[in-house]
Design a protein around this ligand. Sequence first.
Ligand code: CP
Ligand code: NVA
Length: 313
Amino acid sequence: MSIQKTLQGRSLLTWLDYTPDEIRYVLDLSRQVKREKNAVHERFKGKTLALLFEKRSTRTRCAFETAFGEEGGHPVFLSTADIQLGAKESIEDTARVLGRMFSAIQFRGFKQSTVETLAAYSGVPVYNGLTDAFHPTQALADIFTIEETFGGRGGITLCFVGDGRNNVARSLLVISAKLGVNVSIISPKALFPDPALLAQCEAAARHSGAKITVSDDLDGVAGADALYTDVWVSMGEEAQRAERLALLRPYQVNRTLMDKTGKKDTIFLHCLPAVKGEEVTADVIDGQQSRAWDQAENRKHTIKAIMLATLAV
Ligand code: CP
Ligand code: NVA
């Protein structure tokens, strides 16, 4: 079966169930979408998209809503203040009903099991717009931004510094392992990634040739082509703020750490929103080596490509 066919009707929950060729196809399509960003198309005409949000969002909501709407589709934003989502109605029943009315569903929220249930019961493609466990659409934009910067150069090393067990670090591990991008997680031992996920990524890396390393030693940034960080306190974990700050303070991405890579062309990446002065200093995120703003724009192109690939047009 062709890749176009295997992608049609698919949900995107983690990337774990996608082949490297399928991810590569969506990346290539993203490049085409970005090149043609000013062209007028109506590729989602007559389609509807439910945008379910338990947690706040700027980029993900705006990317889905504008990417879908400007192609003639009808996005409908629904927060937990608007609908029953596991409150007075089960997730299964909500999924069944939404599947009768919408062409696709995007979910951002807490539990990975919620997005999995929506996918299992709705009968339409479901996109994970961030859960506690994964942020797959973000990871696609991140790899897209790296490739946009370094072209087809092989042997790229992406180094994530910070909370190594969070959703962004986990999704970077998965997509990098699949695509053969070397990935290094540098975080305090208490925040190392989940060993079960690491084992899955190492299995994928054996096929792709990616090198995965996990360490608490900041000297490990040496040689990194991209240095990536994320907030120290993810949404829903506010109660652990003091403990996180104490653990992560030495792991701030600042000028000294950027210089430690030993490379002048290392780029800085951040999924945003950023807390300047905590995980990154303002001079780094607002400086010459930062690609954080391209990365934010690329959310839209890559999300449009995911929807084009999976929603038959
Ligand atoms: N990076 C990201 O997901 O941003 P939002 O939380 O604003 O959607
Ligand atoms: N790890 C962050 C990512 C925000 C896009 C969070 O979950 O809050």
